[in-house]
Design a protein around this ligand. Structure first.
Ligand code: ATP
Length: 363
């Protein structure tokens, strides 16, 4: 296996005034050319992790390796890591060209080299026609691209983006997201992308690391993390709405197993390996997208529609069934009326089981 571009090994940060570690011993590897999103709620340690990678914070323990070499003792300016914050670090008194050239000028590079690098980066970021304009006349998306460009001209080995879209309004945010995706592909950059917005993470990243309380709860390809959460934290964090999680027990029935919680009963796929979990408490995960609504009278679980909340082409339906409240996501053109009785069908193959003791996925 090749050496990862970036490796975090047992990385920990305890601030002098804090009783708990802001970053609590994380391990992470990012391959060259990949984008990893560090996703988690506010205060979970994302920015502290980035600050340690770039060198603005010193770790309490653990190691940071770039191309296999420890950089913990290397000063920030020499690590070849670029960091772009949500507050665009752009000089509004300068032109776009001067902004892009800044990092190379302070390094004393020759004018011809600077012009070439600025031209390339401007082309990559779609800023070529704006080079002579003043930065103060730019909109949010353009400012953010200039901020990224200012970092890119220095050719960082790794680009760290800390909530780069969070100050942009919705429309501009989408456009900038598309620009970023193009940039990733064309420049083949290794990127760590910090966000608390899972839609952003899922649409931009190859890999997602879900973080909470200073720890990494799961690292998985973006395409898998919603389907195969390792534990209840990730299951309850990913998805809008997240998985329905019900705590109950598994019992034998008809040669297989059923999950029961009060009057709610759902059969597992025949042959499901449940390990030691029979008769022990478990939590079952039901993805809202896997709950189907049928007309009353058909086979399935009887349910009542409590709420139907349209969100464009999909509707989030809150249902009561067997004494439980669960959510379904269905196409809006099949939207049921609130208060109506319906039947539910849940695809047994999509059920996810978690140990009631460890909160980890079974088996
Ligand atoms: P947000 O999305 O709100 O920026 P985050 O996930 O980036 O949050 P951090 O900013 O890394 O989280 O903060 C992690 C924890 O460390 C928080 O509890 C925060 O209060 C604490 N913390 C961060 N910086 C310092 C500091 N300089 N001194 C003391 N505590 C700090």
């Amino acid at each position: 296996m090749s050496t990862p571009k970036l490796e975090l090994v047992g990385l920990k940060k305890e601030f002098a005034d804090g009783s708990v570690a802001a970053v609590d011993g994380i391990d992470l590897a990012v391959e060259e050319g990949q984008t990893l999103a560090l996703l988690g709620p506010s205060g979970c340690g994302k920015s502290t992790t980035l600050n340690m990678i770039v060198g603005l914070e010193q770790p309490s323990s653990g190691d940071i390796r770039i191309d296999g070499r420890s950089v913990v003792a290397v000063p920030p300016g020499r690590r070849n890591v670029g960091l772009v914050f949500q507050d665009y670090a752009v000089f509004t008194s300068m032109s776009v060209r001067e902004n892009l050239a800044f990092g190379l000028r302070v390094r004393g590079q020759r004018k011809a080299e600077i012009d070439r690098a600025v031209g390339e980066v401007a082309e990559l970021l779609g800023l070529s026609t704006m080079l002579n304009g003043n930065a103060r006349d730019l909109g949010g998306s353009e400012l953010q691209r200039v901020a990224i460009g200012r970092t890119l001209v220095t050719r960082p080995a790794i680009l760290l983006l800390d909530e780069p879209l969070s100050n942009l309004e919705a429309g501009t945010r989408l456009a900038t997201r598309r620009e970023l995706r193009r940039l990733q592909k064309e420049a083949g950059l290794t990127i760590i992308y910090v966000t608390h917005d899972q839609v952003e993470a899922l649409s931009l990243a190859d890999w997602i690391a879900v973080m909470s309380a200073g720890k990494i709860r799961q690292v998985a390809p973006a395409s898998l993390i919603c389907q195969q959460p390792d534990n209840i934290f990730v299951a309850s964090f990913m998805g809008t709405p997240p998985m329905n999680l019900l705590r109950g027990a598994l019992t034998r029935a008809d040669g297989g197993y059923v999950f029961r919680k009060d009057a709610f009963v759902v059969g597992l796929l025949p042959g499901t390996d449940i390990g030691e979990a029979a008769d022990l408490p478990v939590t079952i995960g039901i993805r809202p997208e896997e709950v189907r609504l049928c007309a009353s009278g058909e086979a399935g679980l009887p349910a009542r529609v409590l709420l139907a909340e349209p969100r464009g082409s999909e509707t989030v339906v809150t249902l009561e069934t067997g004494g439980q409240v669960i959510k379904a996501v269905i196409a809006s053109d099949h939207r049921p009326t609130e208060g109506r009785d319906v039947m539910l069908e849940i695809d047994a193959a999509s059920l996810v089981l978690f140990s009631g003791e460890t909160n980890r996925r079974l088996p």
